[in-house]
Write a protein that binds this ligand. Structure first.
Ligand code: CP
Length: 367
């Protein structure tokens, strides 16, 4: 039985399969209207959401299934101290599949190791948001007709934007992709994404601050919100919040077939005057989110019917030897969990937390 925790859990072939199914659903919705009859989706949202939760729910309803769940942590027994593992075991008694959004990184992974039904990560802190990446890939494919041979600009908050990090990781698997990273100095892409994703995959990229200068070469422009909630200093947010505001005038130099994406919600980084431009894809992107989630629910439920065993992580692990220092990791609040680190570059002493993927360098001789 398979869950979806990270976009890397899906092969390139599986990504194309999901895109094919989603496109078929768009063309023949009636053929899927009873595909999940009798099945239940549980949406466990410990954090706010509009698009992800409601598109999951709409997806299951349009497949003929039904939906149970909650939309805030205070209305679940997590507020009484129930662990993620127990929650997952209990929800498995009531639903055939579950989607979880949680502020703690690694929480959906913990659920997937304890549930007896497939678990979908609907966003865990700043870590992963794989169904947004699926939505972005479907949108690029539907707008451009391909997922390779293009220049993709990412603009705004590239430091904290988990959707940016995941989409860059996904695009690293396709050919002839050039990345232009457009951000203020303070919100540049973290060095670990540059090292782990761009450099390791020999991707062409450059970092710039000027959106206007980069605009003419872009095939896709992925705009992002400057995330107020991530700033420790409100004055720093005030200083940076209006760094990039996309207006119709700024699109004068853009390609005629540019695709403008945004995971939404937006604040003011795209003027509403851009919304009527045919190149503005972000509301079509939100609709695509429903179709790709329908495809994903179908795929995971079909696989679960064939194999109910939980997929266990493979590798060389350190158990209760290294403590995760990431305060957003699920291990920081659930003391019952073992501290598990996976060796990723043993020769350099580098291991990563199994839950949140935080890197630590350890001296093997000291452990
Ligand atoms: N894009 C996205 O994840 O939106 P929500 O937070 O509204 O789900």
């Amino acid at each position: 039985m398979r869950s979806l925790i990270d976009i890397k859990d899906l092969s390139v072939e599986e990504l194309y399969d999901l895109i094919d199914i989603a496109n078929d659903i768009v063309d023949h919705p009636k053929q899927y209207a009873e595909a999940c009859k009798g099945k239940k989706l549980a949406t466990l949202f410990f954090e706010p959401s509009t698009r992800t939760r409601l598109s999951f729910e709409a997806a299951m309803l349009e497949l003929g299934g039904s939906v149970i769940g909650f939309s805030e942590a205070t209305s679940s027994s997590a507020s009484k101290g129930e662990s993620m593992a127990d929650t997952a075991k209990v929800i498995s008694c009531y639903a055939d599949i579950m989607a979880i959004r949680h502020p703690k990184e690694g929480a959906p992974f913990v659920a997937s190791q304890n549930a007896t039904v497939p678990v979908i990560n609907a966003g865990d802190g700043g870590h992963c948001h794989p169904t947004q990446t699926l939505t972005d890939l479907l949108t690029i494919y539907r707008e451009k007709g391909r997922l390779d041979k293009m220049t993709v600009g990412f603009c705004g908050d590239l430091k904290y934007g988990r959707t940016v990090h995941s989409l860059i990781a996904a695009l690293s698997r396709y050919h002839d992709i050039e990345i232009v990273l457009i951000s203020p100095e303070e919100l540049k892409l973290p060095s670990y994404v540059i090292y782990e994703t761009l450099n390791k995959n020999n991707m062409k990229y450059r970092q710039v601050t000027d959106l206007d200068a980069a605009m003419p070469e872009l095939d896709v422009l992925y705009m992002t919100r400057i995330q107020r909630e991530r700033f420790a200093d409100p004055n720093e947010y005030e200083r940076l919040k209006d760094s990039y505001i996309l207006t119709p005038e700024k699109l004068d130099n853009a390609k005629r077939d540019l695709a403008i994406l945004h995971p939404l919600p937006r604040v003011n980084e795209i003027s509403v005057k851009v919304d009527n431009d045919p190149r503005a894809c972000y509301f079509r992107q939100a609709l695509n989110g429903k179709y790709i989630r329908m495809a994903l629910i179908l795929m995971l439920l079909r696989e679960a019917e064939k194999d109910r065993s939980v997929m266990k992580p493979e590798g060389d692990f350190l158990i209760n030897t290294v403590i995760c220092k990431n305060p957003s990791c699920i291990t920081s609040c659930e003391q019952e969990l073992d501290q598990v680190f996976k060796w990723t570059e043993k020769e350099n002493g580098i291991c990563r937390c199994l839950f949140c993927e935080s890197k630590q360098i350890v001296n093997e001789r000291k452990i």
